[in-house]
Every structure is written in C-alpha cells, then in structure tokens.
Ligand binder design. Structure first.
Ligand code: DI6
Ligand code: FE
Length: 404
C-alpha cells in the first residue's frame, strides 16, 4: 500500500538501537514508502525532508517507540476453557486435565466445530486488544485443528487477519501440539501425517515457521526431530515449546536446528542454555502462563542473562494456560514475577521479539527499518513496564500506515 512521506515532530524517541533505551529528546522521524528514512534531534532535521513531507504530526513531547511485537500466541481457536480454570482451582493439575481428555483437545473439538467465519470473527475481536496496545506484529500458531483441513483453516484465518487489520501477522504451524484422538496410541503415525500436511500447507503459502510442543504429555525429542527435519527440508525456520513442565532436552535439540526461539523454559538447564547461546536462539519467556498455572519454578533468567542469550517476552495467549490479552500486563509480569528490568522487558517485546520471529527489519527505530511505530502518552519508556490495566497508546503505525 502506498504511504505518504510523513514527518513526526517534537517526539521523545526511544530507538532501542544499541543496548540501551536510545532516547532522543525533541526528536523527529521521517518515513517514506513504509520505511524510516531519517530520525534524530529535530534541530538537525534536513530541510529537504521537511519540504518533502506530505503529512506531519506534532507529538507534543509524546513518546515514540517501535511498535510492539507479540512473538508467541495461539490466537485462533473455538470456545474457551473457564471450566478447566475452575477444576484447577479445585486441585486438578493442567497435566491431569489434559490426560483426562480435556486441555488442548477440548479446544480442538471446539475449533473443529467452528467454521472459518466464526474463527475469524472470534480471533478478530480478541485482536483488537493488541491493536489498542501498540502491537504492530503478532505471531499466531495453529495447533487446535490437528487435521490437514482444520489446520489449514486456522492458518488461513491468520492470513486473513493480516488483510483485515493491517497488522503484520506471522503464521506458525504447530501440528505437533497434541495427539488428536483419531491417532490415539499411534503418535509416530501422527508425526508422519503432520509432516506430509506441512508440505501441503507450505505449498499453499500458509506457513512462515514450524513449532512443536516437546513435553511428556505431548511429543518426544525424537518425534520433534522428525518434524524439524521436515521443516528444514522446506527451508522453514523452527521454534519450540521447550522445558515448560520438565527438562526434556528440547532446547538443545532445537538449537541443533538453529531454532529462532525456545519458549517457556522454566525447567531449562545449563546444557540447554549453552546450546541456545551457541546457536543464537532467543529465549521467549511467557509469564502469563507461569502466572495462570500458578507455577513456582522460575525460568533461569540470571543464567540466560549471564550467557548473553537474547530474552523475549510474549503473552502466549491461548485458552488453556494464558487467556490474557495484554502484552503490556505481560511485560509488567516479566518484571514482577521473573525480575527482568523494565529495559529488558521492553527489549523483549521489540528488538528480541523481532529476532524470535526472524524479522530483522523491525523492533528498533533506525533508518531503513519498517516504519512500525507506537506513540504513547508517557514520559519515559520504563512506564511501559510499570502501569498495568492502563492503555497509554495513542497511535499505532504499521509500515507507515496509521491503524489507530
Ligand atoms: N504450551 C502452552 O502453554 C500452550 N500450548 C503449549 O504447547 C497451552 C495450550 C492449551 O492448553 O490450550
Ligand atoms: Fe504456547
């Protein structure tokens, strides 16, 4: 889409370029063709750019950051699972509910029963919460269909949400989420089937990356290896739900396949950290799931930090373990529950979230990057991690296009 050459003036820029906030007071930013063409102190704005601008926004000192990125969601599903929340409050564990046929499989039934328009409507309604919080890029995983047709429907919904909203949406195939009932007792046959589906879905242009759930209640490292081998043969990047409930050695396996990210990681050990570091794999922390499952085992934040593994933060929005719809609350939780600093948490939903999606063209403010911008009625970016239940985003711009 064509966008006008646009000038944003009198902003407090938070570039996040380099390791710090990258603040520029009394800043200006010029975008052209959906990309950032120039930024810096307004006093240094080249006169030619001021003349070229066809749209101008004077921000009166408001904060201008890169649009936020939610790099791990399961946004497309039918139904909801508030009944399981009640069961867990009465003492049942997440794994027990899953083993009794609830959990992911109850969302699979509801998703299969919904048609594409219903899934699109429900996900579209949820997505407004992200739009209102300055999120410009969002990853959506399949994994509640678990047949070729139902997975295709969910991935198509992800594609259609991008067309409908203007947000940038990445679609991840998570066929290896749970064993569907029709394959009960035949997990290896299911892995064969989903690898064949992956080839078909890829041919339809529906897949940007491949994920799997490596856990005793889901898929073994050997099975995940087969899924990843199929993905890499198609040139697709991989990521993994790893070490959420136990240490399966999933992170080291994912690193072997140069995974973009390993996500959850509460039970991650030293070997996994070393492997992720060597492979440049991002650690995606999901405090919403930790909170909602009332977990007590913290991810090894200090060891990840010491090893220099990039840390991202995401909602993990899903109906079972993280029904929250606020990336801002999630970064607050990353600080309160996981002890990230506000700078680490904000980098976790910008620079490092971009890396977790393999998108080097966003997540910071710098010339040449996409003009994915959020304007906030805040004095300092640390407030993004501080307030909760507060919506200070006043403008969202994606690829130079104003969305709200
Ligand atoms: N880990 C999670 O937290 C979600 N999926 C996964 O592999 C949970 C999905 C659900 O319970 O519906
Ligand atoms: Fe997840």
């Amino acid at each position: 889409m064509k966008t006008l050459p646009t000038l944003y003036r009198n902003a407090t820029l938070c570039t996040l370029a380099g390791g710090d906030w990258g603040l520029i007071e009394h800043g200006a930013l010029f975008s052209r063709d959906g990309r950032i063409a120039w930024l810096g102190p307004e006093a240094q704005l080249p006169i030619a750019l001021a003349r070229e601008a066809q749209a101008e926004h004077v921000l009166q000192g408001a904060l201008l950051t890169p649009a936020l990125i939610d790099c791990h969601t399961h946004l497309v599903y039918g139904g909801q699972r508030a009944n399981e929340f009640e069961l867990r409050l009465e003492g049942a564990s997440y794994a027990e509910i899953a083993q009794a046929g609830g959990g992911i499989l109850s969302s699979v039934s509801a998703t299969r029963a919904a048609d594409e328009a219903q899934l699109l409507d429900a996900a579209g309604r949820r997505l407004r919460n992200w739009l209102g919080e300055g999120v410009g890029t969002l990853e959506i995983k399949s994994g509640y269909g678990l047949t070729l047709t139902d997975e295709a429907r969910c991935l198509r919904v992800a594609r259609r949400l991008q067309e409908r909203t203007g947000l940038s949406i990445r679609a991840t195939f998570l066929g290896a989420h749970s064993l569907p009932p029709e394959f009960a007792g035949r997990a290896d046959d299911y892995v064969d089937a989903l690898c064949a589906w992956l080839r078909e879905l890829h041919a339809q242009g529906l897949v940007d990356a491949v994920d799997a759930f490596c856990e005793s209640i889901a898929f073994s490292p050997a099975q995940v290896r087969r899924v990843f081998t199929a993905a890499r043969q198609l040139g697709l990047p991989v990521k993994l739900h790893a070490e959420q409930l136990s240490d399966q050695g999933g992170a080291a396996l994912a690193a072997e396949f140069s995974a973009l990210s390993c996500d959850h990681l509460e039970h991650l050990g030293e070997a996994g950290i070393a492997a992720m570091r060597a492979a440049g794999t991002v650690a995606v922390l999901l405090p919403g799931a930790y909170y909602f499952l009332r977990e007590t085992r913290l991810p090894p934040v200090a060891a990840l930090r010491a090893a220099g593994v990039p840390i991202a933060v995401s909602t993990d929005h899903n109906p079972g373990t993280s029904p929250g719809s606020s990336l801002l609350l999630t970064i607050n939780m990353a600080c309160t529950l996981f002890r990230l600093t506000p700078l680490e948490a904000v980098r976790g939903v910008t620079v490092n979230a971009a890396r977790a999606l393999g998108l080097p063209d966003r997540g910071q403010l710098a010339p040449g990057l996409r003009a994915d911008l959020a304007v906030w009625q805040l004095d300092h970016p640390r407030e993004l991690a501080y307030w909760f239940g507060h919506r200070p985003c006043s403008r969202l711009i994606v690829a130079g296009q104003e969305l709200s």
